[in-house]
Design a protein around this ligand. Structure first.
Ligand code: SF4
Length: 490
């Protein structure tokens, strides 16, 4: 498929809209004022004449052709972002005509739809006004308007409680016992990289200490801590204990409101590890079954059973974890609506404080995708997610954060559900990009947020443990960007 742009460069947005209709495709981009291709194409033209701008889209695909145009007065629509949005709606309309497909999120293709709702709430817009914008500007369905609005409302108290000059600490443990087939995460299986761990932990402790003294110098206060991965509980109890001790020595922990570890894989959880984690003030844990159907677990190469999940869950409760999150995925290969319903019903029965319902997203680097088996895309994920939404709402859970990824089945979303008062602060702050996150370890991406100055700066660590270990000193030098950022903010 060739995308031809004339008089504009709305490449990113328009490609995003095209992916709603023709997912997992490669697009060729051409800048030209005429259509010269034998391929399927879209031609997106912006042309000025006098006080007016003409925007139009012609599409030719699947043996069909459609077009649509719109004229705007320059004084009413001077911004490129406004014209880009109009062009997106035109494209959505012609592609809908050709393919018969639609998307409940309309032309919202970004990963954070709730951010828009929060921005409108901050401008004191009421529900009706917000829904009008979502529907008319973004072609959003009633269902997604309700979902994003309810999510934004659930987030309000966490957003209001956010303190100036506070930050969250992210600690990356990019190791897993084995690799799941749907995973594209930069994680290294322990079998292949066991020898990297000791040096990795030495460097990580050094980075934590360095960051601790830097934040003291800058007068920043630690708000939340999040151990993510990979699977942090791949580490042994003494290794976890050491990391958490170094954190406690490096930061003032008295201001910490939330401390999470993403244990993830139930097969890595032991009583000894849970006790060590708990002793250091970690009170929120994620134990992720993904499905409670053993044959599906086997099909996705997740080397644990549903029984191991039940055991880990009750062990975590016994050890005193007050907030447990459980992740599930809708649309897993070989899963069925019936078995997915069973997973949701069972989780509701266990009553964790958080349940996160992901939709399968087929990333290019996942093993499942490299196998070339496209049948995984023919999965009733939408039906599964609908069931989860209804059941979780009825059981008293509320959506509290939501995000979308590329290539998600049925253009769906991932939704974090929480019992009232148990919403994860870290998840809200990172998703809405309203708090600085200082990331430690390989694959970590620090986000420096200046809300008043509307600035967001990223500082990346090396992606892989081997590079992280090898080029650590160079990477630490780059951290002076953190100091520069706060100096500019003053
Ligand atoms: S446990 Fe998570 S991060 Fe690790 S391989 Fe499986 S899906 Fe990927």
């Amino acid at each position: 498929m060739t995308l031809i742009f004339s008089g504009n460069d709305y490449k990113y947005e328009l490609e995003g809209v095209m992916k709603l209709f023709i997912p997992a495709s490669l697009f060729k981009h051409v800048y030209a004022d005429s259509i010269e291709t034998d391929d399927d194409y879209i031609f997106a033209r912006e042309k000025s004449f006098g006080d007016y701008t003409l925007l139009y889209v012609i599409a030719s695909a699947e043996g069909l052709k459609a077009h649509k145009a719109h004229i705007v007065r320059k004084s009413d629509c001077g911004l490129d972002s406004d014209k880009e949005l109009i062009m997106s709606r035109l494209l959505f309309s012609v592609m809908h005509k050709i393919t018969g497909k639609s998307s409940k999120w309309g032309v919202i293709t970004g990963i954070r739809p709730v951010k828009r709702v929060n921005a409108m709430l901050s401008e004191a817009m009421d529900k009706e006004q917000i829904f009008t914008v979502l529907k008319e500007k973004y072609l959003c369905s009633d269902e997604k308007c309700e979902l994003s609005y309810l999510t934004a409302l659930t987030q309000r108290s966490a957003i209001e409680a956010l303190k100036e000059r506070s930050f969250s600490l992210y600690v990356s443990i990019p190791f897993c016992p084995t690799r799941c087939s749907y995973c594209s995460f930069v994680s290294q299986s322990v079998e292949g990289s066991m020898k990297l761990i000791p040096e990795y932990l030495n460097k990580l402790c050094e980075e934590i200490r360095y960051t601790g003294s830097l934040t003291k110098k800058l007068g920043l206060t630690l708000d939340t801590v999040y151990f993510g991965g990979g699977t942090p509980t791949t580490l042994t109890a003494p290794q976890l204990e050491r990391l958490m001790r170094v954190i406690a020595e490096s930061f003032d922990m008295s201001t910490v409101r939330e401390y999470t570890i993403e244990a993830g894989r139930p097969d890595t959880i032991t009583e000894e590890k849970l006790k060590a984690i708990k002793a250091h003030g970690c009170s929120r844990i994620s134990i992720n079954p993904q499905t409670l159907n053993d044959s599906v677990l086997e099909a996705i190469g997740r080397k644990h059973t549903s029984e191991q999940f039940y055991d880990s869950f009750s062990l975590a409760r016994k050890t005193g974890f007050d907030v447990i999150n459980t992740d599930v995925i809708a649309g897993l290969p070989t899963d069925t609506p019936e078995s997915f319903r069973h997973t949701i019903d069972e989780l509701i029965r266990l009553s964790p404080e958080n349940i996160t319902v992901h939709t399968l997203s087929i990333k290019r680097s996942a093993r499942i995708n490299q196998s070339g088996d496209r049948s995984v895309l023919d999965n009733p994920a939408a039906e599964m997610v609908e069931y989860a939404n209804e059941k979780l709402l009825a059981a008293g859970y509320r959506p509290y954060y939501l995000y979308r990824q590329k290539n998600m089945l049925d253009n769906l979303e991932n939704i974090g559900w929480a019992k009232q008062g148990c919403e994860s602060l870290y998840n809200i702050y990172i998703m809405e990009e309203i708090q600085t996150i200082l990331a430690m370890g390989a694959g970590g991406s620090t986000k420096l947020v200046d809300l008043a100055g509307h600035r967001l700066t990223r500082v990346f660590n090396y992606k892989f443990p081997l590079e992280y270990n090898k080029h650590f000193d160079l990477m630490i030098k780059k951290k002076n960007e953190i100091e520069e950022f706060y100096a500019e903010k003053e």
